[in-house]
Design a protein around this ligand. Structure first.
Ligand code: NAP
Length: 254
């Protein structure tokens, strides 16, 4: 028999996870627990309870699901956080818990964009044009080291927290900031810092920096996404909430 208040584990780390905590929390008929990896030192609190830290791989997550009596899992991690998505798939299969992945659509190159696509961060470093002015890295603090392979360039990296390990990059300036960022602020920043090239992950979401790059005619080295997780994927928070409702007739979560 379905529970009176189904327990939902929401794997966070994205804007969609915050939106889902709001949407589902407002219903009042679900117990929502948001989970964060703890990748940043501070974070905005979501609506409702949350926990911080890894589960200890797929086996650890399966144990967590059983102990908590979780009825459904929504994987709303970032599109590049594929290890967590894979662990969620394995753990939910083992524990017999329904799972959906929220995978927002990636950015698509449009007229006026000048993208150089790269498979991974090492390829992105090699793809930066020779002689480019200061290179603006928006790839996160844990993926800076591959750019040490380009000692011919100067880098500015926008990160939420400073990197914990030495990056090896000879000419690196850190810009500590947390998004979202608007178009005008991005354009002004790129101009003031005389940026010659941007490196980004194709995460989808707010594209102000890409619009600013287009407006200024700047090249963007775009790191392609990993393949989407296998299993049920939906594009946004509203679709994930609808998926949850669809579980009801089977005695699942809702
Ligand atoms: P990842 O490679 O997929 O995951 C690494 C490990 O971190 C996982 O195996 C898991 O540890 C733990 N973890 C990840 N997400 C978790 C969550 N929501 N709750 C509890 N544990 C979690 O992830 P990542 O790329 O390092 O990213 C870490 C977090 O930052 C993710 O939650 C992601 O949504 C967020 N984020 C990532 C990016 C990015 O570009 N990768 C960008 C923005 C935000 P255990 O194996 O011990 O369970």
């Amino acid at each position: 028999m379905p529970r009176l208040r189904p327990k939902i584990l929401l794997l966070g780390g994205s804007a969609e996870a915050y939106a889902l905590a709001d949407i589902l929390g407002a219903r009042g008929d679900l117990d929502i627990l948001t989970s964060f990896a703890g990748a940043t030192r501070e974070r905005r609190a979501p609506r409702g309870p949350f926990r911080v830290g890894g589960f200890g791989g797929a086996a650890g997550l399966a144990r967590f699901l059983a102990a908590a009596g979780t009825d459904a899992v929504i994987d709303a991690t970032h599109p590049f956080a594929r290890a967590m998505s894979a662990n969620a798939a394995e753990a939910c299969r083992a524990a017999g818990v329904p799972l959906v992945h929220v995978v927002r659509p990636g950015w698509v190159q449009g007229e006026g964009d000048f993208w150089i696509e790269a498979e991974d961060m090492a390829a992105a470093a090699q793809a930066i044009p020779l002689g480019a002015g200061p290179v603006f890295l928006t790839v996160g603090r844990t993926e800076l080291a591959p750019f040490a392979a380009r000692p011919d360039l100067r880098f500015l990296a926008r990160v939420i927290d400073p990197p914990e390990e030495e990056t090896g990059i000879a000419a690196l300036e850190l810009v500590l900031a947390r998004g979202p960022f608007g178009f005008e602020a991005e354009r002004d920043f790129l101009r003031e810092r005389d940026i010659g090239c941007i490196v980004a992950k194709n995460s989808g979401g707010g594209r102000a920096k890409l619009d600013a790059a287009r407006a200024l005619g700047l090249p963007v080295v775009m790191v392609r996404r990993p393949a989407p997780p296998e299993g049920t994927c939906v594009p946004d928070a509203a679709a994930a909430a609808a998926w949850l409702d669809g579980l009801a007739p089977h005695g699942g979560a809702a």
